[in-house]
Design a protein around this ligand. Structure first.
Ligand SMILES: C[S@@+](CC[C@H](N)C(=O)[O-])C[C@H]1O[C@@H](n2cnc3c(N)ncnc32)[C@H](O)[C@@H]1O
Length: 328
């Protein structure tokens, strides 16, 4: 069985995970400047993680280093081990964190490999961990195909190599119609999933689908015109679904957050910021399991951004912060 069909099967198994998803366009309304990603829920993350001097923190999604900088500035000798799958983000984060010397280290790695990274660094226990899921603003329109507003190759991987082993173009050109429809519905809750999948299969019989704007055109042509005038861009859900499949996002959340939980010391905390309900539901389920193993939900309902933050940074509108503490 090929990587592609294996992943298609795994994707199909997750079809009960639906989302209210409305993230891509909102995220794109955020300022898009390299080096200027605006960290979301910063105040809330600091308040909930309650970082103390001397603690070892893992920032599983370094991005442009915003949360890590705030964590390091909040204490005198806390250490941060930051990860990002994207080598460009790693370079930016390293530059931002250089001022903290040996207190900060940035590693290019998928957080699905957190267990291995911790082992390699000799870190048996950590005190706090943060996952700020999804993409950073600098990654939109930088050639990887996340944006439906810029014509780019349909890659959609965070890292140099995607966690799933395939690109969005490969999925679009090789998956059967039913799998495509299931992915669009399961990961994007795209109500026109079947029409879009059918149109993709028809189009690729003429020529392979290679770029973001080709896909946008197919989605536009296969959906009703009323759909094009909605609050969400009509391509949002399809793009989100593809990105989640390419990066095996739910699989990586499961592996990465579980590794963080297993290594966090008693009294330690794990915080996760999600941006749509497929992600949030996965985190909620994981945390429910951790509660059975001796975890305490620090906040019963996920924290969301205040109005002022949403005005300043529209991307924060869909952010949800969940936090769990290890009690035994
Ligand atoms: C929302 S941004 C983080 C922003 C960061 N907290 C800040 O304040 O600048 C998410 C980052 O996580 C990275 N990322 C997404 N999935 C990942 C994964 N499975 N492993 C490692 N990095 C990942 C993306 O490349 C992106 O840079």
């Amino acid at each position: 069985m090929s990587v592609l069909s294996l992943t298609a099967a795994r994707v199909n198994n997750r079809l009960n995970l639906r989302e209210e998803g409305d993230s891509l366009r909102e995220r794109q309304q955020a300022k898009v400047r390299v080096g200027s990603h605006t960290s979301v829920l910063l105040k809330e993350v600091l308040a909930q993680l309650q970082i103390k001097d001397g603690e070892q923190v893992v920032d599983a999604t370094a991005g442009q280093g915003g949360h890590s900088v705030a964590i390091l500035e909040s204490t005198h000798n806390t250490k941060v081990l930051a990860l990002d799958a994207d080598p460009v983000a790693v370079e930016i984060a390293r530059t931002c964190l250089a001022q903290f010397g040996e207190r900060a280290e940035v590693v290019e790695s998928n957080f699905g490999e957190l267990e291995k990274v911790l082992h390699h660094k000799g870190l048996k226990t950590i005190d706090k961990a943060l996952f700020d899921l999804g993409w950073n603003s600098g990654q939109l329109g930088d050639g990887r195909g996340f944006s439906f507003l810029v014509d780019e190759p349909l890659n959609m991987s965070y890292g140099t190599k995607s966690a799933s082993g395939f690109t969005a173009a490969q999925a679009l050109n090789e998956w059967d119609e039913e799998t495509l429809a299931n992915v669009f519905y399961g990961y994007g809750e795209e109500r026109f999933s079947r029409r879009i999948a059918k149109a993709i299969v028809e189009r690729r019989e003429v020529q392979p689908i290679q770029t973001t704007l080709e896909l946008v055109e197919i989605i536009r042509d296969s959906t009703p015109s009323l759909y094009h005038r909605g609050r969400l861009h009509f391509a949002t859900r399809t793009f989100q679904a593809l990105r989640m499949a390419v990066n095996d996002e739910l699989g990586m959340i499961q592996k990465g957050v579980t590794a963080a939980w297993e290594h966090v010391a008693v009294g330690g905390r794990v915080a996760v910021i999600s941006f749509h309900s497929v992600e949030d539901r996965a985190v909620k389920r994981l945390f429910a399991d951790f509660v059975k193993q001796g975890g305490r939900l620090v906040v019963k309902k996920p924290l969301v951004a205040e109005r002022a933050e949403i005005t300043e940074n529209p991307r924060s509108r869909s952010a949800k912060l969940r936090v769990i503490e290890k009690t035994k």
